[in-house]
Design a binder for this molecule. Structure first.
Ligand SMILES: [Zn+2]
Length: 459
């Protein structure tokens, strides 16, 4: 089966020209002007942007949490991602403290295999680093899991201490991997949560006030220091604020590179949403939404090259699940649904409003995730030999985000009523049209596990 996409405006992180893409099977064979080929199927992309499929390196599908699970399965979550132009996601396997990495890997693989509609890979969250975990790091790298997530918060469940952190960094460095981090000071946050509760303060606003900027800035700096000391490639997930970004800016002065991911919500939403009484629970996530000045810092950080990736931290819960914390903010499941809207929100709020260029849009949604996490150049770009993961995007179509039209398995939208300009029209994943005109054309099981190469310390 061959496919020819004709007359589109082809945009990668580096290029921008009108041309054609010729696909044979799952792979791009040629890109150029007026390609002298015939194909089984021709798609006219006149007037549309033709870009690499999005890669969201931070999602949580069917994540076990507080006796329940995040509400998108691999099927519903990856399907919603495809509708929004994201063809590949990286989820997080969570090691259970006291158990092996292998046991967690098997559990997560069991949920994903045969169910995913879009492509997926995994990070391994190391929550208990000891001598036997150390020996499993190489095994995981051999399985194609080359990034290792750590938590500096959630003591007693996910958090590791600094001794474990530097030990893990030593081993991960030796095996060609990367350590990623949820960088907030867990002890300070635990203190503030207890303090607010003891004062009778239980509203969602106190979730925000229990995680002030300093808790993130301090932990980001400490993580950068440990990574610098050990020489291990480091990556900070879901950065939200100016203080944390400045800690990384400071690290560049000693010639250190620490990769930074932010998420779409931290660019377009702010903490005033927590003043809406319990409705604020829709945006209870960790770290919380911040202030306008932090949004400005993050947009600038993208343009300065300090922030390489815009992800989602998609971790959806239904409104009923959110209500577990009706009387106590610390019991509200953390996370919000965004996997479907990342690309269109960033295009509408970023490219259309002149905050980032179109090439930068591709870079932070696709190319950099592929490069940093060992999937480039077979994902993240539109070159000969790459997987034919391609989106056709109408830059002018206006549409409104709503729970009534989204495909995520949640009964509210965190962006209800938002009017966006720019819409995903057609999506190809490995050469097959998977989304066309708001319809998904493939079944669960189409998505494949992406075995990743060793990570890159440079982009
Ligand atoms: Zn997360």
């Amino acid at each position: 089966m061959t496919t020819l996409i004709k007359n589109g405006r082809i945009v990668t992180s580096a290029d921008d020209f009108i041309g054609d893409i010729f696909i044979d099977g799952e792979t791009i064979k040629a890109v150029g002007n007026d390609l002298p080929v015939t194909a089984d199927k021709v798609i006219d992309a006149s007037g549309l942007l033709v870009m690499p499929g999005g890669i969201d390196p931070h999602v949580h599908l069917e994540m076990p949490f507080m006796g329940t699970f995040s509400s998108d399965t691999y099927e519903t979550g990856t399907r919603a991602a495809l509708h929004g132009g994201t063809t590949c996601v990286i989820d997080f396997i969570l090691q259970k403290q006291g158990n092996s990495l292998r046991a967690a890997f098997d559990e997560w693989s069991g949920r994903a295999t045969g169910n995913a509609v879009g492509d997926y890979s995994f990070h391994m969250a190391v929550t208990d680093f000891n001598d036997s975990t150390r020996q499993e790091i190489k095994q995981m790298v051999d399985e194609g899991i080359t990034s290792f997530k750590t938590f500096m918060a959630y003591k007693g469940a996910l958090m590791i201490d600094d001794r474990q952190m530097v030990g893990l960094m030593d081993e991960v460095k030796a095996q060609g991997g990367m350590v990623t981090v949820h960088a907030t000071n867990g002890d300070v946050i635990d203190y503030l949560i207890q303090k607010h509760k003891s004062e009778g303060k239980f509203a969602p606003l106190y979730h925000y006030l229990s995680q002030p900027e300093v808790t993130e800035a301090e932990a980001s700096e400490r993580f950068a220091d440990m990574a610098n000391f050990s020489g291990c490639p480091g990556y900070i997930v879901h950065m939200t604020c100016e203080g944390a970004l400045n800690a990384i800016r400071q690290a560049t002065r000693r010639n250190q590179k620490v990769f930074v991911e932010t998420c779409i919500q931290y660019l377009v939403l702010d903490a005033s949403l927590y003043e809406k009484n319990f409705d604020g629970a829709k945006w209870v996530m960790s770290p919380p939404l911040r202030e306008k000045k932090d949004q400005e810092a993050l947009w600038s950080g993208i343009n300065q090259g300090l922030v390489q990736i815009v992800a989602t931290d998609h971790c959806p819960f239904t409104w009923e699940q959110k209500n577990m914390g009706k009387d106590d903010f610390s019991k509200i499941p953390n996370g919000h649904p965004a996997i479907e809207h990342r690309m269109e929100l960033l295009f509408s709020e970023g490219v259309n409003k002149g905050r980032i260029s179109l090439n930068k849009f591709v870079e932070v949604t696709s190319t950099n995730p592929a490069k940093i996490f060992g999937m480039f150049p077979y994902k993240g770009t539109l070159g000969a030999g790459a997987d034919a993961d391609i989106i056709l995007f109408d830059p002018n179509e206006k549409h409104t985000v709503s729970v009534n039209s989204h495909h995520m398995n949640t009964n509210y939208s965190a962006y209800e009523g938002w009017e966006l300009t720019g819409k995903v029209k057609t999506v190809l994943l490995r050469g097959t049209v998977v989304i066309d005109d708001n319809k998904c054309l493939v079944e669960k099981g189409y998505g494949k596990f992406v075995k990743r190469k060793k990570v890159s310390g440079v982009v």
